[in-house]
Design a binder for this molecule. Structure first.
Ligand code: ZN
Length: 121
């Protein structure tokens, strides 16, 4: 990938982090002790048993979404740091350059296609 393409990718990734942060902020609160760890805000919908059950189901769904966003956020930030340090596009296993076509399709790819195939089970 050339510099222009990396610059664009970096922009996209930074925007994605902002999007994720906004999504997370709307449904969750960051753990003040652990950065990047989010927990769903608990909103009390009612006192009855039915309300409590509904609330619990909703919480589970939202926490699952929060966990997905958290993981994506971590991956995106890892990718951003790699671009900044110039390590981006190198396979974490065998250190060869990852095919640019693969990176375009999967910007957060950590491994070259060969190593990715070997680690898949
Ligand atoms: Zn490799």
């Amino acid at each position: 990938m050339d510099k222009e393409e990396l610059k664009k990718l970096l922009e996209n990734l930074n925007n994605r982090v902002k999007e994720i942060d906004n999504e997370l902020a709307s449904i969750a609160t960051e753990n003040p002790l652990v950065r990047g760890d989010f927990n769903v805000r608990v909103e009390d919908v009612g006192q009855s048993q039915e309300d409590a059950a509904q609330e619990a189901g909703e919480l589970d769904r939202q926490q699952a979404l929060v966990n997905t966003l958290e993981t994506e956020r971590k991956d995106v930030i890892t990718t951003i740091n790699k671009i900044k340090s110039g390590e981006y596009g190198r396979c974490e296993k065998c250190s060869t350059d990852i095919n640019p076509a693969r990176l375009r399709a999967m910007p957060a790819a950590l491994f070259c296609i060969g190593c990715a195939k070997k680690t898949r089970f």
